[in-house]
Write a protein that binds this ligand. Sequence first.
Ligand SMILES: [Zn+2]
Length: 162
Amino acid sequence: MARQLWAPWRLEYIKQADEQTGCFFCEEGAGSLGGAEESLLVHGGESAVAILNRYPYSSGHLMIAPSRHVGSLAELTDAEVIEIHRLAVAAIEVLGCVYGPGGFNLGWNLGHIAGAGIDDHVHLHVVPRWSGDTNFMPVLADVKVLPEHLLETRDRLRAAWE
Ligand SMILES: [Zn+2]
């Protein structure tokens, strides 16, 4: 059911994935995807980055990834693990200030079968949740779940992160 609801996004995703060469996280993390204007990079750290999800489950859906192209959690260095955790904590604070969601889902999707769109560069999802958001999704997917343009969201989160 949920899968079908997201068909419009899925189509866009497939279209872009075909055109796109290389790794989304490496390119977006370096700010080189779509240029500065369209970059969804919200925060770049020493060894990890926070990027807005182009195909969000909800407004402000962020992903925290190591800057290095790493395909498994076991390969992360201690420094990367710590920074990813700190960026996740900062993301929760920033999203809390800007949007005031009722809660968050955090998680790693490892492997395509588990829902990872990109499975060779690990990333932690930080998904803000609102009371009743899943209930509204079937009826008003575009309107309710994505009330704000991605680039506006990016600018607000960047400003709040500083
Ligand atoms: Zn990569």
